[in-house]
Ligand binder design. Structure first.
Ligand SMILES: Cc1cc2nc3c(=O)[nH]c(=O)nc-3n(C[C@H](O)[C@H](O)[C@H](O)COP(=O)(O)OP(=O)(O)OC[C@H]3O[C@@H](n4cnc5c(N)ncnc54)[C@H](O)[C@@H]3O)c2cc1C
Length: 448
């Protein structure tokens, strides 16, 4: 019986395991996970910490139920420490007992996610300083969160912003320090300004262009954050570091598994690494970007699951290709819906593309209909080919519908002229006669 070993028991790893088993039930599949849990929704952490959802609802399968329903072996609390391709084995130890373990494989999947990147300042190892990449982090912050009054978030990426709302909903005083001149640097500054306004409207403090100097503590516990912003030491009972993540590719050291130009595990379209029979999927692997036509890093769950599915199919000997991803995300920041896809204006410029963009303000439905809500839509077009390469939607109406239209248009290689006439559904409760995306397309065409 062919042996498949999967390192990492979440989005990419479990999707791969389930898919491979479904295609070839004869495979003997073992998932190795260092945490006590598998199959947890990292994306749901902000809502779990806000007490909107229960801890149980974040976990789809226990190791036992996954084993039973899928016929896949799951070993939790097993940390893989090395991959030995020449002997077709992985080696590691049990987190709880320290016992050494080793698993042979015919095919292997590395789906180990990301690891946090810490800022290079004193104090990051003080108590009550947290990062947030998995359910273990969420469990650890829960208790100190009960009594904390002042929380500082360093970094205004999407995790920082989601958690700012979460902590605010729990009655905490929240301040965000961001080193860039704007929040959420994956979108353009004029769109980020709307989020900045929303955060301040809810009383979240924000310092942009902030230089972090140190996390300061009383004995071993953090009690403030020192920056060069002239604010002195900002009091903090908890500090959340959202200062970036990087692919967790440590296990590839001392193997021929290559790390790519973007910094993740290099894979081909079948999600196979440079060592035949060893695959990588999810946030530890690189992702093909069809707009830039090169691999990039992509730290989102939707892409991890798709890559896992393709890896699973190929490990079960079906030839499937992953077509890539363009960075489509959506998040909620208080009453705002924030979505982006493709390249931002800055990213377009970094690729030396001649881009034209326009932002429009519109309503999400016919303005006379009750509860019509404001939306800002920005489209980014490559001048020569007139192709849509990026879109951002921020507003109080449905941003995700508009961004999904734009993501589809970009993926299909649609010209802005075609997008401006796209046959979209209309009735007053859902849209305007000319949907906001169509209005934005017409607006950007006037500049071409
Ligand atoms: C707060 C938060 C909110 C998010 N919200 C969204 C969202 O709304 N939408 C979205 O698309 N994405 C979201 N994401 C991102 C999404 O959760 C990740 O992209 C996704 O979980 C990545 O899946 P993965 O399988 O690659 O890695 P992970 O889900 O991180 O799984 C990797 C697993 O590997 C295990 N592991 C690592 N090393 C070893 C080892 N040596 N031995 C054994 N096991 C190991 C880890 O413990 C982990 O369980 C969010 C992330 C966070 C932190």
């Amino acid at each position: 019986m062919e042996k498949v070993v999967i390192i990492g028991g979440n989005a990419a790893g479990l999707t791969a395991a389930a898919r491979a088993k479904r295609i070839d039930p004869r495979l003997s599949i073992t998932v190795l996970e260092k945490l006590p849990h598998i199959s947890y929704s990292t994306c749901g952490i902000p809502y779990f910490l806000s007490n909107l959802v229960t801890p149980e609802s974040l976990i789809s399968y226990s190791p036992e139920s996954f084993e039973k329903e899928r016929g896949i072996k799951v070993k939790t609390q097993v940390r893989v420490e090395s991959i030995v391709p020449s002997r077709r084995r992985v080696e590691g130890s049990r987190v709880d007992t320290g016992e050494k373990v080793s698993f042979p494989f015919d095919r292997l999947l590395v789906s180990t996610g990301v690891k946090p990147r810490l800022p290079d300042v004193p104090g990051t190892s003080l108590q009550n300083v947290f990062t947030m990449v998995n359910i273990g982090d969420a469990m650890r912050i829960r208790e100190p969160l009960q009594t904390a009054r002042n929380i500082v978030i360093v970094g205004a990426g999407y995790v920082g912003l989601e958690l700012a709302e979460c902590f605010h909903s729990l009655g905490k005083t929240v301040h965000i320090f961001e080193k860039e001149p704007q929040v959420l640097s994956s979108i353009d500054p004029d769109m980020a300004a709307i989020i900045d306004y929303e955060l301040r409207r809810y009383g979240v403090g924000i310092s942009v262009s902030a230089k972090l100097l140190a996390l300061v503590g009383n004995k071993d516990r953090v009690d403030g954050v020192k920056t060069a912003s002239g604010l002195g030491v900002m009091p903090a009972d908890i500090v959340l570091l959202d200062t970036g993540v990087e692919p967790n590719s440590d296990l590839t050291a001392e193997t021929d598994i290559r790390i790519g130009q973007a910094g993740g595990i290099a894979v081909n379209a079948n999600m196979e690494t440079t060592v035949p029979g060893i695959y990588a999927a999810g946030n530890c692997a690189e992702t093909w970007c069809p707009i830039r036509r090169r691999p990039v890093l992509n730290f989102i769950g939707t892409v991890a699951a798709k890559q896992g599915r393709i890896a699973g199919e190929n490990m079960a000997a079906r030839r499937s290709r992953f077509f890539g991803a363009i960075g489509t995300t959506v998040l909620k920041v208080f009453d705002l819906n924030v979505a982006r896809t493709g390249l931002s204006s800055r990213e377009g410029a970094m690729e030396r593309m001649d881009v034209v963009s326009e932002r429009i303000e519109a309503q999400d439905r016919t303005s006379y209909y009750p509860d019509a809500r404001k939306l800002w839509v920005k489209l980014i077009v490559e001048r020569a080919g007139r192709k849509l390469i990026g879109a951002q939607v921020v507003g109080y109406g449905d941003a995700s519908k508009r961004i999904d239209i734009a993501a589809t248009a970009i993926t299909a290689g649609m010209r802005i002229d075609e997008l401006s006439q796209l046959d979209l559904a209309y009735s007053p409760p859902y849209s305007s006669l000319w949907d906001a995306v169509l209005v934005a397309a017409q607006a950007v065409m006037r500049k071409l």
